[in-house]
Design a protein around this ligand. Structure first.
Ligand code: 4UV
Length: 547
């Protein structure tokens, strides 16, 4: 059963002994056990079949780190943006920048100018790594922001690169690493390692400061034997992780990627989710550990072509990032015909990795629950209005505390103060309760955030875009249930006096400016948008009135 203790009836703490954050550099910790799998494949691209061994990955990251400092003139503490899909080069760039002490900000590669400009204006990178497909977006955005920064292109060596762009292959895959230089770069646990983005409880996307200490703690916490699925990399056997969860997002980066590199798994990278490529990969690659989101759980459970062959080597499936139904887990279990350990994880960008999960080997799991706190993490439930704690078992806003909680929002002390309490809790903006012996249940989201296929959509971002449309007087966006995506954005629009516009025109306008998963599913023209006296949109009212 769940091993947790309740202190004073207000806190839920893990019974796993607290972890000790090792006093090591992050990559030294990451690679501490890597000696035995140097010649194993670390990464294979599902589309191009390009591979890197562990030895290559480590060498190229060091060469890339050296190039950042010596050829591109970056300094430790500068920001590097990376705007590429999942591919073998991603971790070279990520680990290379960590090794150089450079702060990495991860950008969704399907972002358009409007979205990229926002992230660039907040993080002010000194260089950006991208691919040919994003080049025009990057170029135009930089021009509009009046930023002249270096562009590193992950290129096909057969193609020319545009004037002024730097070839990734020339600064990562050829040349030498200056280990004397790299060895001198020390980073303290509270220094920032990377800045993924999240809109938090309200407003526009914000840079989430993840420190070296957060990353080190995450590795320790994920590798506790009570929650960790032992990896089988030895001899010719190697665990295989099909990796479509985007590496720019915390779940893909920390849980899927970092956690398994440290253990010698092979990642098969997919630049985007495609059901046929994913199912082929499951069937043909001895896939053994799956990291998924609820829409993929639905696909695996319901798709008529999915059968036990797809699960032949699968030992463990982890699902998270949005609400999951127990019936979807049961459907997968019926198809797989053998025991697969399934766990649901709950986390947020601001918690670096998982906050809660089910313990390994737990019997009679309720799959609609998100498990118990990870080692060193504490849960508390608070009255959303007063902030006062509510007794365990009663519903409240989920607060979570521990060594993986972010440092704060980048250059945004007001937003940081809003969500980080003085005694160290992160206010998740999720509503839930804890059932002793079973785990945590999430019942609602009180923050503005919309989750489409597990991806963040910030209503404030769409609202500001909608208000820039010439025929729109005012706009409000909420999430409405969607059969496959979980949720989808719905817009309420007040038209400008006498001006005409249609649902389709509004949808096309938004679609032309944002990533595809942020598209407006439905538009409703209204005469009034309910707001508080201070002008805050009353989203609950909107939901009640129209949903
Ligand atoms: O900031 P974000 O986009 O972050 C995430 C992270 C999810 C993770 C991380 C590590 C894991 O191992 C894993 O399984 C999942 O999604 O969005 C954070 C918000 O997403 C909702 C909730 O509203 C968070 O505040 N969310 C995340 N996980 C769940 C969830 C869940 N299991 N059930 C319901 N909602």
């Amino acid at each position: 059963s769940c091993s947790v203790v309740h202190q004073d009836n207000f806190l839920v703490k893990s019974t796993i002994p607290d972890i000790v954050v090792p006093q090591m550099r992050f990559l030294d910790r990451l690679w501490v056990d890597s000696g035995s799998f140097q010649n194993h494949i670390a990464l294979e691209c599902a589309e191009t079949k390009k591979t890197y061994t562990y030895a290559q990955l480590q060498k190229y990251s060091s060469v890339f780190a050296t190039s950042l400092l010596k050829k591109l003139g970056l300094k430790p503490g500068d920001v590097l943006a990376v705007m590429i899909p999942n591919c073998p080069e991603f971790p070279v760039v990520a680990f290379g920048s960590i090794q150089a002490g450079v702060v990495l900000t991860t950008v969704n590669p399907i972002y358009k100018e409007f979205e990229l400009a926002h992230q660039i204006s907040i993080t002010e990178p000194k260089a950006i790594v991208t691919i040919q497909e994003c080049y025009d977006t990057v170029k135009t955005t930089l021009k509009n922001c009046k930023k002249d920064i270096k562009i590193i292109l992950i290129d096909n060596p057969a193609n020319p690169v545009p004037n002024g762009a730097i070839r990734y292959s020339e600064i990562a895959e050829s040349g030498e690493a200056d280990y004397d230089l790299l060895d001198k770069i020390e980073k303290k646990p509270d220094e920032v390692a990377c800045i993924p983005f999240s809109s938090g409880t309200t407003g526009l996307p914000k840079g989430v400061e993840i420190t070296y200490g957060n990353l080190l703690a995450s590795l320790e916490i994920m590798h506790q034997k009570e929650v960790c699925y032992p990896v089988l990399t030895h001899g010719d056997v190697q665990d295989v992780v099909p990796s479509f969860l985007p590496f720019f997002h915390i779940y893909g980066l920390v849980v899927n990627l970092l956690g398994h590199f440290a253990q010698g798994c092979k990642m098969i990278t997919m630049s985007k989710f495609s059901a046929s490529l994913y199912l082929d990969t499951l069937k043909n690659s001895r896939a053994s550990l799956l990291y998924i989101v609820p829409p993929v759980a639905i696909l695996l459970g319901k798709h008529p072509d999915v059968n036990k062959e797809h699960f032949r080597n699968v030992r463990h499936i982890c699902c998270g990032a949005a609400p999951l139904s127990a019936s979807d887990v049961e459907a997968i279990q019926q198809k797989s015909k053998h025991d697969i350990e399934f766990n649901q994880g709950f986390g947020a960008t601001e918690t670096t990795s998982l906050g809660t999960t089910t313990f390994k080997g737990t019997k009679n799991i309720d799959y609609s629950a998100c498990g118990v706190p990870m080692a060193s993490m504490t849960l508390k439930f608070a009255d959303p209005i007063t902030g006062g704690p509510v007794p365990i078992g009663q519903q409240g806003e989920i607060y979570i505390k521990g060594p993986t909680i972010m440092k704060g929002y980048h250059k945004n002390p007001a937003a940081s103060a809003d969500c980080l309490t003085e005694d160290g809790y992160f206010k998740t903006g999720d509503l839930g309760y804890y059932k002793p012996g079973v785990g945590m249940f999430i019942t609602d989201r009180i923050k503005e955030l919309i989750k489409v296929k597990g991806m963040q959509v910030a209503p404030a971002e769409l609202e500001s875009l909608l208000r820039s449309h010439p025929a729109v007087q005012d706009a409000a966006v909420i999430g409405v249930p969607h059969e496959f995506f979980g949720e989808a954005p719905k817009a309420f629009i007040i038209r400008k006096n006498g001006l005409k516009t249609t649902e389709e025109e509004i949808q096309d306008y938004v679609a032309s400016k944002v990533a595809v998963y942020k598209r407006i599913e439905e538009v409703m023209f209204v005469d009034d948008i309910p707001k508080t006296a201070s002008g805050k949109i009353l989203r609950k009212e909107l939901k009640k009135m129209y949903a």
